[in-house]
Design a protein around this ligand. Sequence first.
Ligand SMILES: Cc1ncc(COP(=O)(O)O)c(C=O)c1O
Length: 461
Amino acid sequence: MSDTPSIASEPELQAWSTFFDRASAMMSGEVQDLVRTQRSPKALRDHLQLGLPRTPRPLPQVVDALFELVEQTPSTASPRFFNQLFGGRTAAASMGEMLAVLLNNSMYTFKAAGVQAIIERTLSQRMCALAGFTEGEGSFTPGGSLSNLLSVILARGEQFEGSREHGLGAVRPILYTSELGHYSIPKNAGLAGIGRSNVRYVATDARGRMLPGDLERQIIADRALGHTPFFINATAGTTVLGAFDPLVELSHIAREAGIWLHVDGALGGSMLLSERTRPLLAGLEHADSFTWDAHKMMGVPLTCSVLLVRQPGILGRHLSEKADYLFHGDDMHDRGQTSLQCGRRNDALKLWAAWQALGDTGLGKRIDDAVGSATRAAQRIEQTPGLVLVKPPESVNVVFQRDGVDSKALCKALQTQALAVVGSATVDGSTVVRLSCVNSNIESTDIDDFVHAAATVVVPV
Ligand SMILES: Cc1ncc(COP(=O)(O)O)c(C=O)c1O
């Protein structure tokens, strides 16, 4: 033991110890607390002291205040949380995240991040190898939407020479995505100066996959009008159906037409981790860029997303800037030169920790288990009178309805009666329940209980 006082004071260290005790009590209480009842915003404001004090409060009181919020916060780690695309909680990943917060590095330079920058690069390289980008590189972003944004920015720079310096001028760039692509695509077209009206929505087949013929037809039509097609967004795992666009065919079209091919694998990128599901992404190695969210199927806390590019050098070409107060050399670990951001949190450590704990085999099993949950749910729904499977699952999402019951009302009843949290969406013009089985910690009994609850819960009219 050193005589030098620690940076944290003794009362702070005691408060930390209480904090960790309460965090572990919170986790052991979660089994009884599968779905927390949700109060209205007004009731929450009335019930909790959410205002900001004028004078300091002692740290133990702040710890109490923090844990008072827990019961009023939806538990996304619960095996009854099927809303949106959360992968549950993996202990090692959460620990990696907590340590990253305590260390509080910024990932822009090797000087500020040290070994953490090397970890980030190691992850990017492994993920590139899995994607088939043998010489590729990666950049961590605050989420799949922004990874998609980065892809549009890179493609704009590569496809329109000089645009980084002078803008797009008179050219009319056209971006293609399927009608089932994520909403970040038109949003990013607006943000990146492409223009939302320059987004073309390509038709899909009955399974929700982009129709290459319609894409080709629209490219020809745009060229005839003097426009410049420059970007195709293919989706690997659409948000509602979990469908995979046909990457081999799309890559042929992109190559023939000289258009950038991006693959939005925010949801389905993790399918690369299992031998069984890898074929869903066949052709990915020909794409120019690829979004992969570890915070969805890999069970890593939000946010952990990476944009991978096939060709080395592209990130630096479109992102680097001079800033002699920050970047002093050409260290390849000065990752701020290949990033959207300046100060940037360490999203890599939690993924590295999860990979340490699970290994390639454990990660692959996660994916197989999630697909297995969706398959089981679909079978149970088909076997349950009163429930209708709208389409067979493409991967980890299951869409269904209950006869004579509005799907939104069904979701609400399940949540207010503390049975499950699940969301609704629109498929072929009808509202459906979308059951997301992204959390591989879900057991078969959770699926069976969910299906039973969906079929029997009393839904107020
Ligand atoms: C296909 C797809 N792309 C992008 C996103 C956006 O990802 P994020 O929520 O990490 O921004 C999602 C989120 O659901 C998605 O399903």
